[in-house]
Design a protein around this ligand. Structure first.
Ligand SMILES: CC(C)(COP(=O)(O)OP(=O)(O)OC[C@H]1O[C@@H](n2cnc3c(N)ncnc32)[C@H](O)[C@@H]1OP(=O)(O)O)[C@@H](O)C(=O)NCCC(=O)NCCS
Length: 169
């Protein structure tokens, strides 16, 4: 049941738990398609308590958590564009496997979209690995449309990402 799940802004005290959670979900999401050394190189670079602490403290970003008591069920990381006329970036949105398909991703996205609206940001953009069918299905369902493609480098593995965008209202 997701009734017990709270969506809230991450705080400094969440950084260590978030970094471990984010590393675990990144490995689970990309482990099948990415050489292990490249996966670990990315995890080492992106997920560490001090790195997530900096992301949480960044006034130009917002981190939202879905929590079940002391446990993390999901998170979203928004990087706000310096200019409201540019699209902001939904850099990460992850739900733990046990909680997928229950509307939590929608609730996290609502928090992200509200934050964008509060900051006057009109467009939200993201990039998604072309082989990540479930994430693409979710983004299509919640109004994102493809606007281009780019690359995303995991270690030394260069992967093709689809760029998607939607309005924030
Ligand atoms: C992407 C993510 C946040 C979406 O959350 P979710 O709870 O799974 O989202 P939903 O279940 O509401 O929507 C996913 C849709 O994909 C569909 N789907 C499920 N499994 C699928 C699969 N293997 N392939 C394609 N579509 C699939 C679902 O049916 C659902 O659509 P529906 O509600 O119309 O039936 C979540 O799946 C996740 O954390 N994935 C791993 C991390 C990740 O990929 N993050 C995004 C990185 S860009």
């Amino acid at each position: 049941m997701t009734a017990s799940i709270e969506i809230r802004r991450a705080e400094a005290a969440d950084a260590a738990a978030l970094s471990h959670f984010a590393a675990r979900l990144f490995r689970a999401t990309y482990g099948d398609d990415t050489p292990p050394a490249d996966l670990e190189a990315y995890v080492t670079k992106a997920f560490r308590p001090d790195i997530q602490a900096a992301e949480i403290a960044d006034a130009g970003a917002a981190v939202f958590l879905a929590t079940d008591g002391d446990m993390l069920a999901g998170y979203a990381y928004l990087v706000v564009s310096p200019s409201p006329s540019d699209a902001s970036l939904l850099s990460r949105i992850y739900i733990d496997a046990a909680w997928r398909g229950q509307g939590l991703a929608n609730r996290l996205l609502d928090a992200v979209v509200s934050e964008c609206a509060a900051r006057g940001v009109k467009r939200l953009q993201l990039t998604v690995y072309e082989k990540n069918a479930r994430a693409i299905a979710f983004y299509n369902k919640v109004g994102f449309v493809p606007v281009g493609s780019t690359t995303f480098t995991v270690g030394e593995d260069v992967q093709r990402d689809i760029v998607m965008e939607r309005a924030t209202r």
